[in-house]
Design a protein around this ligand. Structure first.
Ligand SMILES: Nc1ncnc2c1ncn2[C@@H]1O[C@H](COP(=O)(O)OP(=O)(O)O)[C@@H](O)[C@H]1O
Ligand SMILES: [Mg+2]
Length: 263
């Protein structure tokens, strides 16, 4: 047995001969909230894509709850308990919030294989259960009153919260969040801290979040991993990482180069 919810071991990924991830290691304990930070283009999203099965790693292994998921399809990895959200919103804007929530579940159940016009009792019972689970999850994130609104009627921040609620329906063990706080106002950010902690404490979910809002990372994350140019350059307590000279250099170097090329 292992108390590691997720372990990434020596993972490398190349795109067109360029190392986007280079021997990345990451060990996340069960019940942890892990921050993943680093300059743009560092490979953060690629790492989530490898863990969720969108890209296969060129080298290395990935263990979810102690079992290798390397080379498995995204749907299989999801079934084993991994949920995720994406950097850009993936809500269907023409559908209601509830319908959006249920698209997450339909992929998991087999209801969609029932032919049109024939809905067995089992399919209908499944659908009712799915709706119940969807409403419960919306309630959990404080969005129950938005169930019948269309995606287009929600603010950007509200859409992100619905997407998180959607990942929770299937009761995942680990959830990966790719810049979930983008578009949240300062007021909402405080609530967002609380939401992440409740997901961990009440749902028992291990969270890994890519985040640019450093205050959020420092407040809510137990540990922080810093990627720069595809390599892990620091890994540890938030305060320790923040004061790490290599981390400061990675951010500052990037900023100075950007300023230099802009002038
Ligand atoms: N599918 C892809 N094909 C080719 N290059 C990619 C692909 N996805 C990402 N990259 C490149 O990999 C690097 C890391 O990207 P990404 O993981 O999105 O970084 P981050 O999320 O840290 O900003 C970037 O240089 C990006 O252009
Ligand atoms: Mg990214």
């Amino acid at each position: 047995m292992t108390d590691l919810a997720l372990a990434v071991r020596g993972v490398s990924v190349q795109f067109g001969g360029v190392h986007v991830l280079d021997s990345v290691d990451l060990s996340v304990r069960s019940g942890e909230i892990r921050g993943l930070i680093g300059p743009n283009g560092a490979g953060k999203t690629t790492l989530l894509n490898v863990v969720s099965g969108i890209h296969a790693p060129g080298r290395g292994d990935i263990l979810l709850d102690g079992t290798s998921i390397r080379g498995h399809k995204p749907s299989e990895i999801a079934r084993r308990g991994l949920g995720r959200t994406f950097q850009t919103s993936r809500l269907f804007r023409g559908m209601t919030v509830l319908e959006n929530m249920m698209t997450g579940l339909h992929r998991r159940t087999d209801s969609n294989i029932f032919s049109a016009g024939f809905r067995s009792r089992r399919a209908m019972a499944e659908e009712r259960e799915a709706e119940h689970a969807a409403r419960k999850s919306l309630d959990f994130v404080g969005m129950a009153q938005f169930a019948d609104r269309r995606g287009t009627e929600l603010s950007f921040g509200q859409q992100r919260v619905v997407e998180i609620a959607r990942t929770l329906i299937s009761e995942p063990k680990v959830v990966l969040l790719d810049e979930p706080a983008v578009g949240l106002s300062m007021n909402r950010l405080a609530e967002f801290d609380l939401l992440l902690r409740r997901i961990r404490d009440e749902k028992g979910v291990t969270l890994i979040l890519i985040e640019h809002v450093i205050r959020l990372v420092m407040e809510v994350c137990d540990k922080v991993t810093v990627l720069s140019s595809g390599r892990v350059i620091a890994d540890g307590d938030p305060n320790q990482v923040r004061n790490d000279p290599q981390v400061i250099e990675a951010y500052l170097g990037k900023e100075l180069r950007a300023r230099y090329s802009a002038s």
